[in-house]
Design a protein around this ligand. Structure first.
Ligand code: ZN
Ligand code: ZN
Length: 183
């Protein structure tokens, strides 16, 4: 697998869901989840209710556990649990003039079930390609967002080099300066 191609929908969805539960919850209410669904052009998502929101919230720590698993074996166990629970059943579809793609749950499956199956399939593909070590959390203490490192030499430490990488560099610089003044 080409690790520069981690644009797979399932992987992006998993990362976005985990990171939505960061320092500030970006999916705090039904309206935010509606926007999330619209942005991703989820087909026929059904009514987004409070109960749906609660189910999606419950999925997020389970997806984070895959990124934070100490070993690939433990990550695979969570992936397999999610796939089993969702009754994932891959089916090709070209609905609404879209390119051929896979759906992993039957039409009408609850939104959280669809999200779980699609995320788990995406992360399964990463692990299958030997990419478990590429599933990381941001090195910035205040961030802790997850990401999949697609760099050739697996050198990425921050979810976003421009924001978290910079903030960390500035903090380290300040700490060094303080140490120099004190010393
Ligand atoms: Zn579709
Ligand atoms: Zn970060």
């Amino acid at each position: 697998m080409n690790f520069e191609g981690y644009s797979d929908c399932g992987v992006v969805l998993a990362v976005d869901l985990v990171n939505s539960a960061g320092a500030t919850d970006t999916l705090p209410d039904v309206a935010a989840l509606e926007a999330f669904v619209t942005e991703r052009r989820v087909s026929a998502p059904g009514p987004i209710t409070r109960a749906v929101l609660v189910e999606v919230h419950a999925l997020r720590p389970r997806l984070r556990a895959i990124f934070e698993a100490p070993t690939a074996v433990q990550a695979a166990r969570v992936v397999n649990e999610l796939l089993a629970e969702t009754g994932a059943l891959p089916q090709l579809s070209d609905h609404d003039g879209e390119a051929w793609h896979l759906h992993f749950t039957p039409p009408g499956a609850p939104l959280a079930t669809r999200f779980a199956a699609e995320s788990a399939m995406g992360l399964a593909a990463v692990i299958k390609a030997g990419g478990f070590e590429r599933m990381s959390t941001c090195a910035d203490d205040t961030c802790n967002d997850v990401f999949v490192d697609a760099s050739r030499n697996r050198s990425r430490r921050f979810c976003n080099p421009d924001t978290c990488g910079n903030r960390s560099a500035v903090a380290a610089h300040r700490a060094r300066r303080r140490a120099m003044v004190a010393g």
